[in-house]
Design a protein around this ligand. Structure first.
Ligand code: PLP
Length: 390
């Protein structure tokens, strides 16, 4: 039995090697960061660290300062966790917020337990793996609609049975483009469908105090549930689901990734609260990020006029250059890394075959020179790789 299992593992890894998409971990080298999700630079902010340390010191009278000791339903709850949840509910203009150890856990939680067997989950085809995995764990019927195509969504909604749940992201993680929220809400209202919105890549970046695109558009009352993550723009860790008190009570009772896991340590709650306090009094990182996004698009157009169609439309920190084929995407990414730019290729099957790409993440701390050098180098490499292919 064990021997057979090992054989299968090897076989599957060899298949990946042959397809050129074997995954491996690496340690960051000293390259220019166009890769991480630390869009605002808060993960490396000394000022934020000082305020996290100070708040944490203030809570030292508490026990459980190193570990939480259990699930929040057993010994792992803390009054400070409840305080942070109230704070988050106020920031995200929701009746209630429930904190999860990660965005992955939050997505697994809500999708696996809210839709029931007789219900239908309808997902944008480009949603994140964590939402797909959550939907897979549910007993509901699962459908998908073409990316951002509301006509296709409507076709699926017409025939959908039971309670209908439409799952989208405000900024799509692999494409960096936005969900057309206003029109999506209109379509969903027509069919009484509930929207589950993942704001992982807009949390901290859009909205007052970083409260995301939905709140910025003042549409927060129109959506059943929203997921905000803190490991990207907020520079810390964890996530929360915002919605009604009823939803929160339900998740506490039925969300297995919430119930059957050790709660985050106190320090993580302090970090989340401090990061939001920091954003409230600091806007320069967000201004710098959005200026860098504009600059990248301008310079890419300047140096790459013959390759402009490869740059996908995106106003977010995630910029995508499609380079069909795993080999080509990997080659350009490796050449960029040789030139000290940390950029990764996104390969199939993570994206559809033919849509392999370079995914460039912009940050508040990227300098003008770094962005100029990157876009200029890209023009040489794209030309060079075209010649190789001929
Ligand atoms: C859209 C989206 N949702 C959820 C997650 C998971 O969040 P976390 O990293 O906090 O587990 C990610 C992570 O990449 C993501 O891109």
């Amino acid at each position: 039995m064990l021997f057979r299992e090992i054989h299968i593992l090897e076989k599957k890894l060899n298949e990946r090697k042959l397809l050129g998409n074997l995954r491996a971990m690496s340690i960051d080298e000293d390259r220019i960061d166009f890769l991480s999700n630390d869009y605002l630079g808060l993960a490396r902010s000394k000022d934020l660290k000082i305020s996290i340390d100070a708040s944490f010191l203030n809570l030292q009278e508490s026990n459980k300062i190193n570990g939480s000791t259990g699930s929040r339903l057993l010994s792992g709850n803390h009054k400070y966790a409840e305080y942070v949840e109230q704070k988050l509910a106020a920031i995200f203009k929701a009746e209630a917020a429930l904190i999860f150890n990660s965005g992955y856990n939050a997505n697994l939680s809500i999708l696996s337990c809210v839709p029931q067997k007789s219900d239908t989950i309808i997902c944008d085809e480009l949603i994140h793996a964590s939402l797909i995995d959550g939907a897979r764990l549910s007993f509901a019927k699962r459908l998908s609609f073409r990316h951002n195509d509301l006509e296709d969504l409507e076709k699926k909604l017409i025939h959908a049975e039971g309670e209908k749940f439409v799952v989208v992201e405000s900024i799509y993680s692999m494409d960096g483009d936005m969900c057309p929220l206003e029109s999506l809400i209109e379509v969903c209202e027509k069919y009484h469908a509930h929207i589950i919105l993942d704001e992982a890549h807009s949390t901290g970046l859009w909205g007052n105090n970083g409260n995301g695109i939905l709140c910025e558009k003042n549409l927060h009352d129109k959506i059943f549930a929203r997921i905000y993550t803190f490991g990207k723009g907020m520079g810390v860790h964890g996530a929360c689901i915002c919605g009604s008190q009823l939803l929160k009570d339900y998740l506490i009772n039925f969300a297995r990734p919430f119930i059957y896991t050790t709660a985050m340590p106190l320090h993580s709650y302090v970090a989340i609260a401090s990061a939001f306090d920091y954003l409230q009094s600091n806007t320069h990182e967000r201004q710098a990020l959005f200026a860098n996004i504009d600059l990248f698009k301008k310079l890419f157009a300047k140096y790459n006029s013959s390759y402009l169609s490869l740059l996908q439309p995106s106003n977010s920190a995630i910029q995508v250059i499609t380079t069909s084929g795993n080999e080509r995407a990997k080659r350009v990414a490796a050449q960029l890394r040789n030139k000290k730019f940390e950029v990764r290729a996104i390969l199939s099957p993570t994206v559809k075959a033919g849509e392999e790409r370079l995914r460039i993440c912009l940050h508040a701390y990227n300098t003008k020179k770094e962005i100029d050098d990157l876009t200029c180098t890209l023009s040489e490499l794209l030309k060079h790789n075209d010649t190789i292919l001929l």
